[in-house]
Design a binder for this molecule. Structure first.
Ligand code: GFB
Length: 313
């Protein structure tokens, strides 16, 4: 069975950064049978509601992009929510998809599943070879459990569930709340507001030395559909852009795009998180997929999205 434009496709989490990008991409391909539910319409933490949704709608393909996500501060402020919500949501959706005969499910993880001090770039086989980064271990444990749930349902039931591990994502639809967001949207907001308010200095967290690999969410969306069409293995697969950048250099790049002329100071009392998490995406490249959005172009378009949708003045 192959995903075609008339397939019944459920995008769990279609209002989030990832789910909205997958929805846009599938619509651009002409998919007409997208099954979309807001949180008010379908609480994915409720196993009975999820089961009844699958029983009634019988999705053929599932993109599992619903998750409790956030940046370094959100992860350490809400550890119970990050582990429990994610475990419950993914278990409900994977189990119902299997029981109601979904043809294929794609689960989304994160590069934080790898050990904090694993060799770089991170190959898929480094999973579970060392201790996790403490600032996001709750989220990482839930995502590792999601990978293993997919593997277990494949092994025991022959259910075609695949998993992707993306680099740090950004793009239109991102969360720009300074308390809960990831670094890239936080810096867009901080530099923009400092420019508008003519502040002389912007304070950023940590030392600026950690390295991060950023992938535009439209590239991730294209990778999810590519793998939905072309990949049917137990082994989860990395999805990255192949390059990383220090937080200090990212700050310089964003400041220049936003045209903020002032200074930028790091507050080392705030956590750095893991020192580096560059993915080795050669397995995916070997299948024929490549990303296409450069970091600079991606930040420029995300800044425009922010100006039109978040900070309209
Ligand atoms: O994106 P981020 O919050 O999470 O932070 P992680 C990345 C780096 O940016 C850290 C620094 O070294 C932060 O200290 N940073 C500097 C800032 N200024 C800021 C700021 O204003 N806001 C934020 N948020 N960071 C996440 C995990 O880790 O990666 C998630 O928490 C997930 O679980 C995600 O896996 C992909 O990259 O450290």
């Amino acid at each position: 069975m192959q995903l075609i434009t008339s397939s019944r496709i459920f995008i769990a989490g279609h209002r989030g950064l990832v789910g909205s990008a997958i929805t846009r991409y599938l619509k651009s391909l002409g998919c007409q049978n997208l099954l979309l539910r807001t949180r008010a319409e379908l609480d994915l933490r409720d196993p009975y509601a999820v089961d009844s949704f699958f029983a009634n709608e019988k999705p053929e393909y599932v993109f599992l992009a619903a998750a409790k996500v956030g940046g370094i501060l959100a992860n350490s402020t809400y550890p119970a929510d990050f582990i429990t919500d994610n475990l419950i949501i993914q278990t409900n959706v994977i189990d119902s998809a299997y029981r109601h005969k979904t043809a294929k499910l794609l689960f989304l993880g994160s590069s934080c599943i790898y050990p904090k001090l694993a060799p770089q770039p991170l190959k898929e086989e480094y999973l579970l070879t060392g201790p996790l980064e403490p600032s996001n271990e709750w989220y990482a444990i839930a995502k590792i459990a999601g990978i293993k749930t997919c593997e277990a349902y494949r092994q025991q039931y022959g259910f075609n569930a695949i998993s992707l591990m993306p680099a740090n994502l950004y793009g239109p639809g991102d969360n720009f709340d300074l308390q809960t967001s990831h670094v890239l949207p936080a810096l867009i907001r901080k530099f923009h507001e400092a420019k508008v308010q003519r502040q002389k200095e912007v304070i950023l967290w940590g030392t600026g030395s950690p390295l991060r690999e950023f992938l535009h969410v439209d590239d991730l969306a294209s990778a999810t559909v590519f793998l939905m069409q072309n990949y049917n293995e137990k082994q989860f697969i990395n999805v990255g852009a192949g390059e990383d950048i220090s937080i200090a250099d990212l700050a310089k790049l964003i400041a220049s795009i936003v045209e903020y002329p002032g200074a930028c100071t790091f507050d080392p009392t705030k956590p750095d998180g893991t020192p580096r998490k560059l993915l080795d995406s050669s397995r995916l490249h070997g299948l024929g997929w490549r990303h296409s959005v450069s970091l600079e172009a991606g930040i420029r378009s995300t800044y425009q999205w922010f100006l039109s949708n978040v900070h309209v003045s």
